[in-house]
Design a protein around this ligand. Sequence first.
Ligand SMILES: Cc1cc2nc3c(=O)[nH]c(=O)nc-3n(C[C@H](O)[C@H](O)[C@H](O)COP(=O)(O)OP(=O)(O)OC[C@H]3O[C@@H](n4cnc5c(N)ncnc54)[C@H](O)[C@@H]3O)c2cc1C
Ligand code: SF4
Length: 338
Amino acid sequence: MKRNVLIIGGGPAGIEAARRIRDYGHTPILIEKEARLGGHLAKWHKLFPDGESTEEVLTALTSDMEGIKWFTDTAIVSINRLKHLYVAIFSNGITVQADAILFATGFSLFPAEKKEEYGYGIYNNVVTNADLEHFFNTGNDPRIKDPKVIGFVHCVGSRDEKAGNRQCSKVCCATAVKQACEMKERYPDASIYCFYMDLRMFGRKYEDLYLNAQRKYGIFFVRGRVSEVSEDIEGRLVVKAEDTLAGKPLRITMDLLVLMAGMSPCIENPEIASMTGIHMGEDGFFMPRDLMLRPVESHSKGIFLAGAVTGPKTIPETLNEARAAAMAIDNYFKQKAE
Ligand SMILES: Cc1cc2nc3c(=O)[nH]c(=O)nc-3n(C[C@H](O)[C@H](O)[C@H](O)COP(=O)(O)OP(=O)(O)OC[C@H]3O[C@@H](n4cnc5c(N)ncnc54)[C@H](O)[C@@H]3O)c2cc1C
Ligand code: SF4
């Protein structure tokens, strides 16, 4: 029997799940609160580890949307359970009855201005990883003017109790190394430093990316936290750090500092949790029914989860979870019909 599945969030997880749910013979209804589909993926330029074009990945994902009802600029106003159904009201006034719901609402980028010591929003030439992706896509950022010395600060708002995020964001070591190489290609004369706590280059081909960054691009990797950033009289940045391997303090004058802001839970998660009964972890991400055995099922019957909504993930991991969620939803319907 054909069922309605409401998918909330039109990033890679939501799009891929919608296509798969359609292929199982059900009716996906996908809503996205922003003006276009694609989620954070739509904001990036080239993807690690191979430099694949974001535009190509996004085009492949959205090329076949037949049979999917989708709405942009649309958010959820309310969700209520009515016996075996959910009734959802959207901000565009539409009401739908759904046999199952998939939350694919993803993550928020950590607000880098919260880490005042790095000077984001205070000094002109401090940017975030997301700003740099925007610059790669548009070539337009008045803060980036032929920089000669560039620093990348890892773990900004991640692995940081004081910032309220204890978890590792998983993707920002690889993003920093990828972005450092891309900056070196654009500015071959620049000296580039990566300040890291430890490097988490866990995936296939990631180690090659790291070795290439050192051997081909000559990126300097410094183990140690940046403690302070200030501005000198010429408007250049003075970055203080400790090289914990050499046991020496460092003071480097730079033209650009890039903060690797981490993946944080969405601010709406507590409201969604209280509306639906989905459990939230201490870290603010949604908690699946069982991290090991039921990673795409929530604690509420008929509600499923996929992608970065349950914690930091790469795009391939996100897409695999979306496929797993579509299969779990189809199985849920089959069990209900028995
Ligand atoms: C700087 C940076 C660079 C990255 N680069 C790479 C890379 O090169 N390779 C890689 O594999 N991974 C990369 N990632 C990780 C990648 O961005 C994530 O894996 C991916 O975006 C997760 O997809 P998602 O659909 O789960 O979430 P998202 O991309 O966050 O999409 C969620 C969508 O849901 C929407 N939404 C949220 N709440 C609501 C609501 N209430 N109603 C309606 N819609 C809602 C949002 O607007 C958004 O469009 C990077 C991450 C960062 C931070
Ligand atoms: S992936 Fe790297 S930069 Fe990101 S939080 Fe983990 S250790 Fe820090």
